[in-house]
Ligand binder design. Structure first.
Ligand SMILES: NC(=O)c1ccc[n+]([C@@H]2O[C@H](COP(=O)([O-])OP(=O)(O)OC[C@H]3O[C@@H](n4cnc5c(N)ncnc54)[C@H](O)[C@@H]3O)[C@@H](O)[C@H]2O)c1
Length: 437
């Protein structure tokens, strides 16, 4: 966490629970104290004592704080209990859950119907999900090919058969695909019902769960249909991530990398340091990166929920990414395609003189290439097919192609003058690089 993030949390009065230790995060508080606190509370300041931190908490609306130096608490660096998200549709909360008790409570939610990703059900039916009422639970086999109107209709049928009413609450457990399907259903059936979402993948916990978007694929076009509809609440419980397959986990890590790059140089460096622990799925590292990713996404979404301006920059990596998903007939997992997209976009930034060679290589070698577990097939990388797919981009304006690029100051811009020749050249360079690995 850096000083700007703490400022954002404080500014929005987001309740946070903070564990302050004699390590990096302690240093952060020292910085915070220097810039904001000492002036106002200089007379009561008595070193880094508990009353001092309590004063910080009171002054800045921080809900609670724990100060500890034990081995166990070093595992928990800082943790917001709740992230409050403003939406023009309805405000909502993302809860970071420390125990699975919330699942038992959800099981007793009145007028509810549960939709669980079949793989998640197969793993957790006997333990974490044992309290879900079976007769109210729909198990849905999912994959990217099923993120479409047919599956939505299947779900409408099942809900109508169960005589679902307007006061129904849909509660879904799964990754981004299940989120998109159930979010779309919740936003359309009876013109909108309550929807609680429990994300079970890194991608969904660190990124897609907030932002109000629901998306369906139409024929071979990715995310062509959709609505804006936030869940009523989100419950993030990181132990679900232990059972994710590597390919899917690294897909989520792709979005985590994207958000940390978009958060600026400090976040990028933090992620490079944290990534060995994230990859080991170490709980503190996961929590820290999820929390930071959500906060960075929120900063980009502020004032642009409906994606008409700055929020669009969050599509960094997606121009090539969506095209690759389409040319691979969705064999390429979303976040993996985004990693590919960031590699390609950075090569073009380098060639346009926006990104230095050193930084382009460093980002590729330290984060992007080691996380690209799924290699695209030669057919999927066919340059003509990629250009044709990029032309289908629903946000493209005019004759050229669109691309979001980063520069050496970690600033992001969208250009609308990308030429097919630049795409061919970048794919050529990237293809050779992947062959050499
Ligand atoms: N709505 C949005 O804002 C938004 C944003 C980004 C991405 N997306 C969409 O999200 C989708 C990708 O989501 P994803 O990466 O979360 O993957 P996913 O939903 O495709 O899940 C990946 C695989 O993991 C399984 N799985 C889920 N949770 C598991 C767990 N805890 N343990 C073991 N297996 C588990 C699933 O059954 C599936 O086979 C794409 O369709 C993408 O377009 C949506």
């Amino acid at each position: 966490m850096n000083i700007q993030e703490l400022e954002t949390i404080v500014h929005h009065k987001l309740p946070i629970k903070m564990v302050i230790l004699n390590n990096g995060s302690y240093g952060m508080v020292r910085q915070f104290q220097q810039s904001y606190f000492q002036e106002r509370y200089a007379s009561t300041y008595q070193g880094y004592s508990a009353p001092y931190f309590e004063k910080v908490a009171q002054a800045y609306g921080i809900q609670s704080m724990t100060i500890g130096e034990t081995e166990e608490s070093t595992q928990r660096i800082h943790m917001p209990v709740t992230l409050s998200i403003h939406s023009n549709i309805r405000d909502y909360e993302a809860y970071i859950e420390e125990t699975p008790d919330f699942i038992e409570k959800l099981g007793t939610h009145p007028q509810s119907c549960f939709v669980v990703d079949e793989n998640v059900w197969n793993i957790y039916a006997k333990n974490l999900l044992k309290d879900l009422p079976k007769e109210q639970t729909i198990i849905l086999p999912i994959n990217e090919d099923r993120k479409n109107l047919d599956t939505v209709q299947e779900l409408y049928d099942q809900l109508v058969e169960r005589s679902a009413k307007r006061n129904l609450t849909l509660i879904s457990f799964g990754g981004g695909i299940l989120q998109d399907i159930t979010g779309f259903v919740a936003s359309t059936i009876y013109r909108g019902i309550n929807w609680i979402y429990v994300p079970t993948t890194l991608l969904a916990q660190a990124d897609s769960c907030i932002g109000s978007k629901t998306s369906l694929n139409y024929r071979k076009y990715k995310n062509l249909i959709g609505t804006f509809f936030p869940p009523t609440s989100i419950h993030i419980y990181t132990p679900f991530l232990k059972t994710q397959l590597d390919a899917d986990f690294f897909s989520g890590f792709g979005e985590v990398i994207k958000l940390h790059l978009m958060g600026g140089r400090d976040h990028y460096h933090q992620l490079v340091e944290l990534s060995p622990d994230i990859i080991k799925r170490q709980p503190a590292a996961l929590l820290q990166s999820i929390q930071q990713s959500l906060q960075i996404k929120l900063n980009y979404m502020a004032g642009d929920e409906f994606d008409t301006g700055r929020r669009n920059l969050l599509n960094y990596g997606h121009d090539f990414g969506h095209a690759l998903e389409s040319t691979s007939s969705f064999a390429m997992p979303h976040g993996q395609a985004v990693i590919f997209g960031m590699l390609a976009a950075n090569i073009i930034s380098l060639q346009r003189g926006l990104l230095t060679e050193n930084l382009e290589q460093e980002i590729a070698e330290k984060l992007l290439l080691p996380s690209l577990l799924t290699r695209p097939s030669t057919d999927a990388m066919n340059a003509d097919a990629m250009v044709a797919a990029m032309k289908k981009d629903k946000k493209r304006i005019g004759d050229y192609l669109a691309l979001i690029m980063m520069d050496s100051n970690f600033e992001f811009i969208r250009v609308n003058d990308l030429t097919p020749d630049e795409v061919f050249a970048a794919l050529n360079i990237l293809g050779k690089r992947l062959e050499e690995l």
